[in-house]
Design a binder for this molecule. Structure first.
Ligand code: ADP
Length: 323
């Protein structure tokens, strides 16, 4: 089209035929390609989406230490910048959350953004890996540019291990190396208190590039482990508090019987128990009366069924992870 546009003025549109000279002069040149490239946005490069999450600290059961550390590292510098300035206190630019999947890492990152009234950009490591030369770096640059524009902003990078295997070990290390150096450049470029904080999550901290863990980059790592019994009870509390529960539902007992389950497993167990109650109510296919709806509650028996379905599987998964 660019080549055509160039010769268009030479064509007499009134005449029946176009002269061979003009036709022969239509050549697609390198410059035409260059211009076309300027107008093209690679479709594989996802739009960077800015979110305003609404997860609160109270929506997260247990994990008190992690919450406190995130408050100090992210919320305080954003809220009390003056104090940090005066004291020359340096908040970390990057924080690494590591631990098994489903333990609440994403929730924590969202909650810290909500509670600091910051915007939230969520990206997954593999999304940066693009086989087109230069596109991966561009995606990293674009993410940080958007974050600076939307500051205060938390950039959440999930599955960071996928872009950060130790340099030189991967077979396609060229892309990952370039992505890592671009990330290091961007993170080094973040001024102290620049209102952009990077929170990364992984379940494989062992394969992270050590260069990323140096001071001034991800210089704070927080382990988010599977919940103990007390924490499981707190998580059950959160996932049952807004749902009608029968009196026989015993959270202590549920916590005791879900050894090895993560927060995500507990959420699934609660959902399934609620669904069991819903099934009881609507399985006949008839619309229940308002009174029947008002009386419907999730019972311990609903939880028993749900535990049979999810409990063992969840514990097994976690065992696999440990081994
Ligand atoms: P991760 O990022 O560690 O894989 P997520 O933060 O995505 O895990 O958690 C997945 C789901 O599990 C959440 O949406 C939530 O329903 C539940 N969940 C996990 N941990 C907790 C927790 N501590 N308190 C309440 N819910 C939790």
């Amino acid at each position: 089209m660019a080549a055509l546009r160039r010769v268009l003025p030479d064509i007499d549109l009134e005449s029946e035929e176009i002269s061979a000279d003009v036709l022969n002069s239509i050549l697609v040149t390198k410059d035409d390609f260059k211009n076309a490239l300027k107008d093209m946005q690679p479709s594989t490069m996802r739009e960077v989406l800015i979110e305003k999450p609404d997860v609160k600290w109270d929506d997260i059961g247990a994990l008190e230490e992690a919450k406190q550390e995130l408050k100090e590292a992210v919320e305080w510098p954003l809220k009390f910048g003056k104090v940090f300035d005066h004291m020359s206190a340096k908040p970390p630019k990057g924080i690494l959350l590591y631990g098994p999947p489903g333990t609440g890492k994403t929730m924590l990152a969202k909650a810290v953004a909500t509670e600091s009234e910051a915007n939230f950009i969520s990206v997954k490591g593999p999304e940066f890996l693009n086989k087109w030369v230069g596109e991966s770096e561009k995606a990293v640059r674009e993410t940080f540019r958007k974050a600076r524009q939307a500051s205060p902003c938390v950039i959440f990078m999930d599955e960071i291990d996928s872009i950060a295997p130790e340099r030189g070990t991967g077979s396609d290390s060229n892309v990952t190396e370039r992505v890592i150096s671009q990330m290091l450049t961007e993170m080094d470029g973040l001024e102290g208190l620049s209102d952009v904080v990077v929170i990364a999550a992984t379940n494989r901290p062992d394969i992270m590039d050590p260069a990323l863990l140096r001071p001034g980059r991800f210089d704070k790592s927080i382990f988010i482990g599977p919940p103990d019994k007390k924490s499981r009870k707190a998580i059950f509390g959160i996932h049952t508090s807004k749902r009608p529960m029968a009196d026989d539902v015993d959270l202590e007992e549920l916590a005791l019987r879900t050894e090895g389950c993560t927060g995500a497993d507990i959420a699934a167990i609660c959902n399934e128990a609620v669904m069991n109650a819903v099934r009881r109510l609507v399985s006949s296919g008839e619309m229940p009366t308002d009174e029947q709806i008002a009386q419907c509650k999730v019972s311990m028996a609903d939880f028993e069924k749900s535990l049979d379905k999810f409990g063992p599987k969840a514990a097994e998964k976690l065992r696999d992870y440990k081994s």
